[in-house]
Design a protein around this ligand. Structure first.
Ligand SMILES: Cc1ncc(C[n+]2csc(CCOP(=O)(O)OP(=O)(O)O)c2C)c(N)n1
Length: 364
């Protein structure tokens, strides 16, 4: 089915506002709603809450979309807000890790349990058909159910439900630096006994591709937004090692409270790097809310001792030696452009073998 037809059917049935976190399986859908009333949330709970605010102020039912990885972030406001105030939301949930469909390890368990989790929280759900005529009936029935019961309803979206269409390549950040150049510059200058913790998506895959020794890297393939908290404890417990953490703007925004905790502990050996492309590059380059943010001011305000921001290779090469060598909790924003990620390999080793190799190296 074409995402355009799906969105048209939604609009015909008065579903006109969209709140969510983008997903690769929903790429065509996300692209289609980019010209509608659509707010891309910092995290999935944030999307649920905005949907509730929309309902309170308009009386209409919003659409809340997400990858199934984000169900956990959404559960708290679903159970303690949506359900208790009887606010109906229409969920669209991308089903990564569907059993028997090839996918990455971080999606296995979430994929296996997706329907069970929804059933367990009493969120009525069904798989979205890929036939637009059937879909129309599904939406009409879901709407009737929601109106009658004041409960929410979820459509679970299988891989390839939507025809692949070209996404709006977002050119907001038209910088020279690419993720690969930035990561390679850091790898070149970081002392060879450094360790890296990297965030979900292309950033970890780029680090994996370009590193000579992947046992020094902890690739946080899931748990988007939590990477810097992992790095914090490694830095606190291994004070003699330099720990670089590679963040994305989408991931940083998702759980940004963590920077206050990091700053409070202020490990001198932690180097927090933000590869800022102002988009969720890994799932289709949908914009994040980062484009008007001054991250240096934010990190400084949180209590990071040194902050830097660069947008050219020249600036990066000038700043890196001081950033690496100073003995203070430091933040470096590197403004980069989005990149297709087409040639990025996925880790060949399992997450468990990555963990074992990393721990062994860290404890040598
Ligand atoms: C909780 C959660 N929500 C959504 C996703 C899907 N997802 C994976 S990577 C990604 C985008 C990450 O964006 P950013 O951190 O800016 O890095 P970039 O892709 O731009 O390198 C998203 C939304 C996820 N893995 N987990």
């Amino acid at each position: 089915m074409f995402a355009k037809d799906f969105v048209n059917v939604l609009k015909e049935q008065d579903f006109e506002a969209f709140f969510g976190v983008p997903d690769s399986l929903l790429k065509s859908f996300c692209n289609e709603i980019s010209n509608e009333e659509n707010i891309i949330a910092a995290n999935e709970g944030n999307a649920v809450a905005m949907g509730c605010g929309y309902h309170l102020s308009t009386g209409k039912i919003p659409v809340v979309y997400m990858q199934n990885s984000g169900i956990g972030n959404a559960i708290n406001p679903i159970l303690s807000l949506v359900d208790i105030y009887e606010i109906p939301l229409l969920f669209i949930i991308g089903w990564r890790g569907e059993p028997d469909i090839k996918d990455e390890p971080q999606h296995f368990k979430q994929g296996l349990l997706t329907k069970d989790i929804l059933n367990c929280i009493d969120l009525k759900n069904e798989i979205l058909s890929n036939d637009i005529f059937e879909v129309k009936n599904q939406i009409i029935n879901a709407k009737e159910y929601m109106k009658k019961t004041k409960k929410s309803f979820a459509f679970v979206v299988r891989k390839n439900t939507f025809e692949k269409e070209f996404a709006n390549e977002d050119i907001f950040q038209d910088y020279d630096l690419t993720r690969e150049i930035a990561i390679n510059s850091i790898l070149k200058l970081a002392p060879c006994d450094s360790f890296f913790v990297s965030t979900t998506g292309y950033i970890s895959r780029e680090l994996y591709k370009n590193s000579k020794d992947n046992s020094r890297n902890f690739l946080t393939v899931g748990s988007m937004g939590h990477m810097s908290s992992i790095a914090l404890l490694i830095a606190l417990n291994k004070k003699d090692k330099r720990i670089f953490c590679l963040d994305g703007d989408g991931a940083l925004l998702m759980h940004m409270g963590s920077i206050a905790v990091i700053a409070e502990k202020s490990p001198k050996n932690l180097k927090h790097i933000l590869l800022n492309n102002c988009v969720h590059n890994s799932v289709g380059s949908q914009p994040t809310a980062a484009r008007n943010m001054d991250f240096c001011e934010i990190f400084k305000g949180a209590g990071y001792k040194k902050t830097y921001s660069v947008k050219t290779l020249l600036e990066l090469e000038r700043v890196l030696p001081e950033f690496i060598d100073n003995n203070e909790l430091s933040f470096l924003e590197i403004k980069i452009k989005p990149d297709s990620g087409a040639d990025l390999p996925r880790p060949k080793n399992t997450p468990v073998s990555n963990k074992i190799a990393f721990m062994e190296k860290l404890n040598e």
